[in-house]
Design a protein around this ligand. Structure first.
Ligand code: ATR
Length: 277
């Protein structure tokens, strides 16, 4: 029950109306009997500057941050953890002793989603499609101990991300355009971190003939079975949908705010119920 001791966590972004995070986190708070509530705040660009001071004044525990503020919010924070500093984007904030600390749980969320299915993700050859915000977080995390190739429609963006990661992690990261015919044979894991697959008539970035014996993960979760995952299934490849990353980036944020690991089955079920509607 919401009472005078209830603590508040918020999502800031624009738009936020379709976010599944309130469903996920409120289900987890209820399950763990924690007196918290999670609400979504659609914030105008010119008001972003008031959010952190306002939150400190009100005693708000923290936030998730989504598009388009993952980078813009940084200048209002007091500290960044190592991950957020590396990626230069924040998806989670916790306010402690009047200090706003920024974190990024997107990369670790993708890692945990993979590891749930295949065990430790180390020394694999991984192809990541995309060079936007999601791809960035995932590529930084997985390049720590795997061989990563970034493939993007705009090759320049793949190149600059690959070079940035190579430099910061001191590990070679390759890049390519969307045609990956020359390298696909050596790839173990394919990850779609583009928005391809969200629209009904989207064409898959790879067809089943290229996906035999591979592990294929899509970060798109609406629809859950994307065109790429359909191709993966045709090839009898292991197909991992976007629910995993959504849930695990949320679980990591939940841990940062509360110190408690949420029940993954509870959050998964809550989200599935909404997605099915
Ligand atoms: P997010 O934060 O979700 O990663 P984003 O930063 O807008 O979103 O990035 C979208 C990614 O999807 C980009 O890599 C984009 O490729 P470009 O850099 O060439 O724009 C990719 N993308 C979007 N639509 C695409 C399409 N139809 N075909 C191929 N890639 C596409």
């Amino acid at each position: 029950m919401i009472n005078a001791s209830t603590k508040l966590i918020g999502l800031i972004g624009n738009p936020v109306k379709h976010s599944l995070s309130p469903i996920m986190h409120n289900a987890a708070f209820k399950d763990k009997n924690l007196n918290y509530v999670y609400l979504a705040f659609e914030v105008d660009k010119d008001r972003l500057k008031y959010v952190i001071d306002g939150a400190k004044a009100l005693g708000i525990v923290g936030f998730n941050v989504t598009i388009p503020y993952k980078v813009d919010i940084i200048k209002y924070l007091d500290e960044l953890n190592e991950e957020a500093k590396l990626i230069n984007a924040v998806n989670t904030i916790k306010i402690v002793d009047d200090k706003a600390i920024g974190y990024n749980t997107d990369g670790i969320g993708a890692r945990r989603a993979l590891e749930e299915k295949i065990g430790k993700v180390e020394n694999y050859n991984i192809l990541i499609f995309g060079a936007g915000g999601a791809a960035r977080a995932v590529a930084f995390e997985l390049a720590k101990n795997n061989n990563v190739v970034i493939a993007n429609r705009t090759v320049e963006k793949a190149k600059s991300l690959a070079e940035e990661i190579s430099k910061k992690l001191n590990r070679r990261v390759e890049y390519s355009g969307l045609n990956v015919d020359d390298i696909i044979e050596d790839i173990d894991i394919v990850i779609n971190a583009t928005s391809v697959g969200m629209k009904k008539d989207d064409k898959p970035l790879l067809t089943s003939d290229k996906l035999k014996n591979k592990i294929v993960m899509d970060l798109v979760y609406s629809p859950l079975e994307t065109v790429l995952l359909k191709e993966a299934k045709k090839a009898n490849a292991l197909a991992i949908d976007g629910l995993g990353m959504l849930i695990y980036q949320g679980a990591e944020a939940f841990k940062i705010w509360t110190g408690i690991e949420p029940n993954i089955d509870v959050t998964r079920k809550a989200i599935l119920e909404v997605l099915k509607k």
